[in-house]
Design a protein around this ligand. Structure first.
Ligand SMILES: C[S@@+](CC[C@H](N)C(=O)[O-])C[C@H]1O[C@@H](n2cnc3c(N)ncnc32)[C@H](O)[C@@H]1O
Length: 361
């Protein structure tokens, strides 16, 4: 029996592991507790905006849906898993936690042809790619969705061929590869979104441990879809990070197509803090710390610089992160931390200005 938020969940054959974990009925991954906490905050945020009917589409133990049903008030929660053994575990956990939810044992592709939701969560093993298109069948004209990806090595360019095959995008390993990987994931989801004539706006997108996660708002309409597609482009390195639009293929090294728009929505970040104070969350302290950094990076351009790479290039020692950021700000540039890496920073300063800080310490 494990406790998370306000629920108690029975886990069979529980193993303490870090990373994606092993596939089995009633799968439970403790690393994702932080995201389930964030999921509760997110669902409260969208419930406050009128979202009512929510689906935990790939549920395993039921934990996500049960937490949402118990910790977010006045909503209808559906919980689904294709595996009959998981379905039985979900039923027991729902009973134990005395929540009023509807449980399904269906392939999510068929469930989403029958029901329409305000919010659909997709938390699969590995890549969410096989589950993206079905979301548009079961979502209202305006709705919300979230996706997890644990195939981060593929998205970050360690398995380049797999990234091309699965996400139809060129990755770039090395500096900033985590953000490039997350942007490839969002870019792929956004391209699927526009195919179905929906527009997408990320509300929160982040990398943590072995997973990427994106929470987004979707809205039907050709104009919304066009707006979304205008945020698909390329990133390339030319004496510093640069971005270009979809119709301007840069010269190598480059990555994409990927998402060149914002990763987070400011309004959500502001509301998160308020919502958190009302909830019992196991990982609250860590989320508060992450939130401070999300707020910093929300105002800054795509991609970040890693001090260790610049130190190596300049054959100079690594300055303190805070000193780099303060010096850049004093020179009139925007600069701040990023949640992707502890020794990295985002800035709109030209790369030559950045390099000077490593020489003149
Ligand atoms: C990673 S687990 C979900 C973990 C869970 N969301 C959590 O927070 O602990 C993925 C689940 O998706 C289920 N699944 C896989 N394919 C499915 C499909 N086509 N339809 C519905 N469920 C599916 C698996 O049986 C498995 O239980």
């Amino acid at each position: 029996m494990i406790e998370e938020g306000e629920v108690k969940i029975e886990i069979r054959d529980f193993e303490q592991y870090k990373g994606p974990g092993k596939k089995k009925a009633g799968f439970y991954n403790p690393t994702l507790e932080i995201d389930r906490d964030i999921n509760v905050i997110f669902c409260q945020y969208i419930a406050n905006k009128g979202a009512k009917k929510m689906l935990d589409g790939l549920s395993a133990t039921g934990i996500r849906g049960i937490r949402i049903a118990k910790e977010v008030k006045s909503i209808d929660v559906h919980i689904n898993d294709i595996n009959p053994a998981s379905y039985e575990i979900i039923r027991e956990n729902v009973k134990k936690n005395k929540v009023n939810v509807k449980i399904f044992c269906e392939n999510i592709h068929s469930l989403l042809l029958k029901e329409k939701y305000d919010y659909v969560d997709i938390d699969p093993y590995g890549s969410p790619v096989p589950f993206i298109s079905c979301v548009f069948k079961g979502l209202k004209r305006k709705g919300y969705t979230s996706f997890t990806a644990t195939d981060t090595a593929t998205l970050c360019g360690i398995y380049k061929k797999a990234c091309i095959r699965r996400y139809h995008a060129l990755p770039l390993s090395g500096q900033a590869m985590k953000e490039i990987g997350l942007r490839i994931l969002i870019g792929y989801i956004a391209r699927q979104t526009t195919t179905f004539e929906y527009g997408l706006r990320p509300i929160l997108s982040y990398a943590y441990g072995h997973f990427f996660r994106i929470y987004a708002r979707l809205e039907k309409g050709a104009r919304k879809a066009d707006e979304t597609f205008s945020k698909i482009g390329w990133i390339f390195w030319k004496n510093g990070w640069r971005i270009s639009s979809f119709d301007r293929l840069p010269t190598p090294p480059f990555a994409g197509p990927l998402w060149i728009g914002k990763l987070h929505e400011k309004n959500f970040l502001n509301e998160m803090e308020k919502i958190m104070t009302e909830k019992k969350l196991g990982r609250k302290k860590e989320i508060e710390k992450m939130l401070r950094i999300f707020k910093e990076e929300e105002t800054l351009p795509p991609l970040f610089y890693e001090s260790r790479y610049i130190s190596k290039e300049m054959k100079a020692k690594q300055p303190k992160l805070i000193s780099i950021i303060e010096k850049l700000r004093r020179k009139g540039y925007d600069a701040g931390r990023t949640h992707f890496m502890p020794d990295a920073f985002k800035t709109n300063a030209p790369y030559d200005e950045i390099k000077k800080l490593f020489l003149n310490q």
